[in-house]
Write a protein that binds this ligand. Structure first.
Ligand code: ADP
Ligand code: MG
Length: 419
């Protein structure tokens, strides 16, 4: 009989993870150099034309950012979007296929399965993905050689993992702040019946950890500009050679992300980038000390956006009130930022869960659902429609009118008829 491996995959904007059951417990797949996280980054090597994915691509891409692709998931389902790296062109779906193929190799290595083993997967997508985006994700999974059991939403997966861990039974609020996206969801769990139901979603598709990095990057650039009296806003304005300019932008961005992550644990961090570029015949070295309170000030507008979005959702949603919530679950790497964690307690008037690993909740939940799909566990998930669906008609005066048939927030599968 053909060997079958069952996995959950969190195909993230910034990082991708995979998880399978080992002796009844979820086991994360480890990837070369980056442990449990496979950076969702693709790079094409100039000399060989070889496509590289993961930690190696992330490292090589820092010095050559014009020929690496990151955060491609933001464009999933956009059929006009392509990237070209050293003559090779990729669509968002093709980037996802490359990442998923790398994931498959990691799974094979880790599980030591036979070469022709069937790998069945549950893959997660953001709650706001429309059917086009979900279809493209499924196609990418199949093209990479997986049997796609089901596509479920990320907050649903996070809720499944959290409920199993914390033995919850009521309404759960999930805040997921990743690298590029910000998702809010309310779900209801019924442990006795092993069922999970999404109640409402909100969020911002263009807000995440990358925005914190960008503000910090701009701040560092400004310091260098002031220091040297040099305009670094573009290669042309800087007068630096192309390679040097873009490797400078890549290295300063990378330093910004490292500093941000360090400030989640320490109240101060040192940034030191040697040999950043040559100016007036001298090698420039960037040295700076950044405190957490300075970081919070630089990122003030982002905090404001994040907190007001949550408050607005809490006010507008009819599906829950603050007293109904049994727990607030934080998911996504950016929820490690101390100010975000602190403010949750003020907004929700209750403590938030900080025990669980925010980077792995989604993939562990996906793994449980995959196990259930293949008969090893009992779990039922019901997601809601992320966008209203209907029929668009053109009026005699050329206006487009949408007649909604299924409203955003309805639980699917569902149907509607209109005569
Ligand atoms: P995605 O769901 O987009 O793939 P992740 O959940 O892996 O993303 O989160 C990635 C983001 O989290 C990145 O912007 C990264 O810099 C940030 N991040 C990871 N760890 C930390 C930390 N300890 N403190 C602050 N930000 C972090
Ligand atoms: Mg994520």
């Amino acid at each position: 009989m053909q060997e079958e491996i069952v996995v959950g995959i969190d195909l993230g904007t910034t990082n991708t993870l995979a998880c399978y059951m080992k002796k009844g417990k979820p086991e994360l797949v480890r990837f070369p150099g980056s442990k449990k996280l496979l950076p969702s980054v693709l790079y094409v090597e100039k000399e060989t034309g070889k496509i590289v994915v993961g930690e190696k691509a992330k490292k090589q891409g820092i010095l050559d950012p014009l020929n690496r692709i990151r955060s491609s998931k933001t464009y999933m389902g956009d059929f006009a979007k392509t990237w070209t790296c050293y003559g090779k062109t990729f669509t968002p779906t093709e980037v996802a296929i490359e990442i998923l193929q790398e994931v498959k190799e990691g799974i094979k290595r880790r599980t030591k399965c036979s070469d022709d083993a069937k790998i069945s997967a549950v893959i997660t997508v953001p709650a706001y993905f429309n059917s086009n985006q979900t279809d493209e994700t499924r196609k990418a999974g199949e093209a990479a050689g997986f049997r796609v059991l089901q596509i479920i939403t990320e907050p649903m997966a996070a809720a499944v993992a959290a409920v199993k861990e914390l033995e919850l039974n009521k309404k759960i609020f999930v805040v997921d702040l990743g690298g590029g996206t910000f998702d809010l969801s309310v779900l209801e769990a019924d442990q006795a019946n092993h069922s999970y139901r999404a109640l409402d979603i909100d969020g911002d598709r263009h807000l995440g950890g990358d925005d914190f990095d960008e503000l910090l990057y701009q701040h560092f650039l400004q310091i260098i500009e002031d220091d040297l009296g040099l305009d670094l806003s573009s290669q042309k304005a800087s007068g630096l050679v192309e390679n040097e300019y873009y490797s400078m932008t890549g290295r300063v961005h990378d330093a910004a992300e490292i500093a941000k992550i360090d400030l989640s644990e320490h109240s101060e961090t040192e940034i030191n980038i040697s040999n950043l570029f040559t100016y007036n015949g001298k090698k420039y070295e960037f040295e700076y000390s950044l405190t957490r309170s300075e970081f919070d000030e630089i990122c003030g507008e982002l905090y404001e956006k994040i907190f007001s979005r949550i408050q607005h959702f809490v006010k507008r949603s009819h599906t829950f009130s603050l007293e109904d919530l049994e727990t607030i679950i934080l998911a996504g790497g950016s929820c490690y930022i101390p100010k975000i964690q602190q403010e949750m307690t003020n907004i929700f008037h209750q403590s938030v869960d900080t025990q669980m690993d925010r980077s792995t909740l989604v993939v562990i939940g996906a793994c449980f659902v995959a196990e259930a799909e293949s008969g090893g566990l009992e779990i039922q998930v019901q997601d809601v429609i992320s966008h209203s669906l209907g029929v668009e008609t053109v009026t005699p005066d050329s206006r487009l009118v949408l007649t909604k048939m299924l409203k955003k927030g309805e639980v699917y599968p569902c149907e509607s008829k209109k005569l």
